[in-house]
Design a protein around this ligand. Structure first.
Ligand code: AMP
Length: 501
């Protein structure tokens, strides 16, 4: 059976001299949130994958890729840019023949944007070809990589995902699924994976289920996707969430479910509900839209204020603002208009461009704002860039008072599981008191949703401190896995300091 890969022929690649330069954990780099999609046994697999990726575009706008298998060869098209820029062309889809395909949208903040990092990745193993797409971030990827490179592995990318291919290549197990599972056992951190072999499509979620993955079905063909909105776009039926720690093996014989890890309570990332997932997606049985509205309602109950209008920061603040308006009785108005033809603010790699981006993206709707007392709602404050600009914009448009309400708790701790919340020093809430933040942002009052209010909005009575129901370290500092790479970095920094002194 073939495993030859072809494709990527129209793309420009570049090589950085020192790949480890791209792996700086403390330097605000290589933190990715992504979307994955896979379809098995469908006559138009690549076209279906392109549509699925289109619905997942919000999860990553830096690059997109599809790998298909046509029974003989793996075909790969990986591109920098948006899905629609490349995969809406018939010629691109024609270069992806076969009835199985997996795809990926990638998002990273800074660091070099190189085609070699664009997924799905592919390797020729002695058991056949293997392609994989990853959403999440490994907290021991760097440590594993160093060990592998020391023992002779040659890395093609600077992506932590590649470690899976190297571990599989070294496995002595016979079956490809066993090799894959053996590789997973070495991983720490978060992963939702979709993989393609000569005869199977495989999906896997980390033991805590930090990142989402769902199983769907379209005309008898199985689909895997990060979110249900990718099933809706192709008219596929939602079958179920892939469980935490589960490996699903899809072949012509159907779906086989494996549970290779000791059972653990699920702990999905709460930030999917707050910001990342699309509002029309259902994650673990909860409508993201409903949860966001609940968050707004809780916020109104916890920190209501006399005002004339509730104004969302679009689009991310809209559902919470609706919830706030409904719970408080203050009318909801579109006081800020969003230009939809620019990407998400964070996609811009430098602070200067990010700041410019906020102005490109939002404009005040003077008719709503002038002379009014405004409750401004956004889902989160990370660096504070958006908040400062938006509050100033409201004042420039004549707002009489600006009361800023945030439908999540203050982000105090960095993320290592695939969400771009940066190093601690750059997190506004980690370095400022509430009043300092209010002064910095320039609003009349500022309040965040409490952690307990967030859990109530999720339909949980309260946060179980012994066994928290969600991965919520951004707010609590309670990291659910070991952070081996970070511990290693800290250790090496300490030894450098010791050497220097
Ligand atoms: P900032 O301007 O740095 O305070 O970022 C806050 C804004 O970015 C809010 O409008 C959020 O909707 C959005 N946001 C929050 N978290 C993220 C993230 N991980 N990636 C991209 N945007 C985000």
């Amino acid at each position: 059976m073939g495993g030859v890969i072809q494709g990527d022929s129209h793309s420009v690649d570049s090589f950085c001299a020192d790949p480890s330069a791209d792996l700086d954990l403390e330097g605000d780099r290589l933190r990715e949130e992504c979307g994955v999609f896979g379809v098995f046994g469908h006559p138009e697999a690549a076209a279906v994958a392109a549509l699925g990726l289109h619905a997942l575009q919000h999860r990553g706008q830096e690059a997109a890729g599809i790998v298909s298998f046509d029974g003989q060869r793996y075909n790969s098209e990986r591109r920098l840019g948006l899905v629609g820029d490349h995969f809406s062309k018939a010629s691109t889809i024609e270069r992806l023949p076969g009835d199985s395909a997996i795809g990926h949208v990638r998002y990273s903040t800074t660091g070099e944007t190189i085609l070699r990092n664009v997924q799905p990745l592919f390797a020729e193993l002695n058991s056949g070809g293997f392609s994989v797409a990853h959403n999440g971030n490994l907290t021991n990827g760097l440590t594993l990589r160093r060990d592998l490179v020391q023992s002779g592995a040659i890395y093609q990318s600077t992506s932590d995902t590649e470690v899976i291919l190297h571990l599989m290549a070294r496995s002595r197990k016979l079956r490809i699924v066993e090799r894959f599972i053996e590789a997973l056992r070495a991983l720490e951190g978060s992963y939702a994976l979709v993989a393609l072999t000569n005869t199977m499509m495989i999906g896997a979620r980390d033991p805590l289920g930090i990142r989402p993955l769902v199983l769907g079905e379209l005309e008898g063909h199985y689909i895997l996707a990060s979110e249900t909105c990718a099933l809706d776009i192709i008219g596929a039926r939602f079958v179920r969430d892939v469980e935490n720690g589960e490996v699903v093996v899809i072949s012509k014989d159907g779906v086989e479910s494996l549970h290779p890890f000791p059972p653990r309570p699920m702990r999905p990332c709460i930030f999917e509900y707050i910001y990342f997932a699309r509002p029309d997606s259902v994650v673990h049985g909860r409508s993201v839209y409903d949860v966001r509205k609940n968050m707004g309602a809780e916020l109104a109950r916890e920190s209501g204020v006399s005002a004339d209008v509730v104004v969302p920061v679009p689009d991310s603040g809209v559902p919470a603002a609706i919830g706030y308006a409904q719970a408080s009785g203050v009318p909801f108005e579109l006081g800020i208009i969003r230009n939809h033809y620019v990407g998400r603010t964070f996609i811009q790699p430098t602070q200067t461009v990010r700041e410019l981006g906020v102005r490109l993206k939002h404009s005040a709707n003077r008719a709503v704002v002038a002379g009014k007392r405004i409750v401004l709602i956004d889902d989160s404050i990370v660096r504070g860039t958006t908040s400062v600009k938006i509050v100033q914009m409201m004042r420039d448009a004549g707002a009489r008072e600006v009361h800023f309400r945030i439908s999540s708790p203050p982000i105090m701790y960095p993320d290592y599981y695939g969400i771009d919340t940066p190093v601690r020093e750059n997190l506004l809430a980690a370095t400022h008191t509430l009043d300092e933040m209010r002064a910095y942002i320039g609003c009349d009052s500022l309040a965040f949703l409490s952690v307990e209010g967030t859990y109530r909005a999720m339909g949980e009575g309260s946060r179980d401190p012994q066994r928290p129901q969600f991965t919520d370290h951004c707010f609590t500092g309670d990291y659910p896995t070991s952070l081996t790479d970070l511990a290693g970095e800290t250790k090496s920094q300490l030894s450098l300091l010791a050497e220097a002194s």
